[in-house]
Write a protein that binds this ligand. Sequence first.
Ligand code: DGJ
Length: 705
Amino acid sequence: MFVLDQNKRMSATVVRLVNGGVSLVLTSRDHHLPVVSHWGTVLAPDDDLTDVLTPQFVSDQTERLIECSLVPEEARGWLGTPGLAGHRSGRSSTHAFTVTGVDADDHRATFHASDAGLDLTLTVGLTAEGVVELSAELTNTGDDPFTLDSLTPALRVPLRARELLDFTGRHLRERSPQRHPFAVGTVRRDSRRGRTGLQSTTLMIAGEPGFGFQEGRTWGLHVAWSGNHTHLAERAHGGEQILAGGECLLPGEVVLAPGESYRTPALLYSFGVGLDELSARYHAWLRRQHEARRPAGRRPRPITLNTWEAVYFAHDLDNLVELAEVAAKVGVERFVLDDGWFGSRRDDTAGLGDWEVSADVWPGGLEPLADAVRGLGMEFGLWVEPEMINLDSDLARAHPEWILGPPGRLPLRVRNQHVLNLAHPDAYAHIASRLSDLVARLGISYLKWDHNRDLIEAAGPQGERLVHAQTLAYYRLLDELHERFGDLEIESCASGGGRIDLGVLTRTDRVWASDCNDPLERQEIQRWTGLLLPPEFIGAHVGPARAHTTGRTHSLTFRAGTAVFGHFGIEWDLRSANAGQLERLTAWVARAKELRGLLATGRTVRTADRDGTRVHGVVGDDRAVFAVVQLASSPTYPTGPVTFPGLDPDARWRVTLDELTPAPDLVWAAEPRVLSGRALAEAGLAAPTLYPEHLAIIHLERSES
Ligand code: DGJ
């Protein structure tokens, strides 16, 4: 529902959007840019906030005048981070926009505004899931160029949000949570790596003190962009506090000629009472994008085997066919050949850019392997890293001018590689045609698309900065491939989980969350990646018993019982597995197939860790699956009850323990019980007492009895 009020007394235009259990009230006074009057739970339609929020006059300082709009302006008293920064050769850098028109329908409002030489269009949507989609478009209507330094729209959040949660990370340990007080000042997270970034924050969340998965109101921002970007939380001296974000533009990257426009990435905001609700809105939003993208429906996520940790660069037809045979026997449905199949790529020093099958390693081409894989009933997928180039490659020798870098020198070499300038039309055309040929010629249904290097000093021949253009070219490449190959699926990988955002995920089908397959690390990585992404988008593989990246050893139950909560796969040389291991792995693959429908439609729920124990699960209408995970040894024992949030409280649920996980000496495990969702959420069940780094899986089925 939306109401557009012209409140004559206050000269205010009020837009009330209500959708998906959320209400957003925007007020524009005296034709100024709109301010958030309310964002959160749904208010009554006749609640009029127009003047009841006007602060008392205290002393005559700037603070009493602040209007903290969707693009906060100095002209309206906002002396924090400006919503718009730009100039005309050092002039015309202050702006005071006047709203010239508002278009609104039930769930969306567009504010048209202008200032001398600039038009600004703000689009605010409130989706069926309750996600606020905010973007801004700036057009230069003046006679001379306008240099845009930043355009970072904002939503004001209530003062009861006193704590912040954001994320950091690194290779092999992506998305580590950080909590801070939401104090006066700025918590600003810029990612200047030319890709979303292993270190970047996928979300900036403000919440009531002590907010948790089910408790406390939370307001979150995600910037849906795969290049340089900013998330910021800022509290001003007047008490106003905002969540703002956008692209993090490099100097001179966007100079608008007369008539030209720049549009920000989508800022996706979610509100929730508890993080689970905030997260569920993002999940539903992304699932809807994918339903629209593939109207025939998303297939169940195929069980995947990736060859990387199985063979690394040691490609050999006989060995890989043997691996494919074992994979098919355990129930794998997609076989992905990782790095090492092309050009001179025998290790990571050479070959990137030469997207031709290596005749040395694959004298008969890739067809014999692809045919064998398909003959075994699996799909064939291939690894590529199209934006990258090794100096030791035919492409670099032929076209050194296609490498990004400042004039006259090369930037730092990372993993022995450099970045190809996709904003160069010939480089773009070359890569686009190589990829299309490969997909068409080999009948590839899946690309694992990697990106292993930050864009350091990404510049063109005149030294012009090109991260913005590179990001747009990357999106265009993905869009064109989808246009041509409608069924092609793409995995977004970047040194593990370095390109995870909802810009790329509207164009790709899953992410590689991390190069770390250690299930203990994965419990963390998947939990926090899963705040933004639904589980079926998060690639999760069972590795060998001893993890290659940490040296820890884990049971198959812990490895598989962790991977089963994502897009399940295997990354293990199964030729070395014994008969017992293969038998148990086959059972886990079958379990993943049984659960994947629930995972792809259900709602993810979590509990806070207690004494080394964690519970997380996925709840559907008629069934649910939970894991009770013992992360570390507990200072007390036995473990005590654990609770199961998110179930319909009035329904009754039959509880059973998964036979693939250890059978504890517990009454409810011996004789399955039926309990209400309320009892399970409030009183819970005595937890199985587990060794550290072990887990149990519990199934719940709606019961009539
Ligand atoms: C980094 C990826 O994250 C790995 O999974 C693997 O594909 C390697 N690159 C290959 O070079």
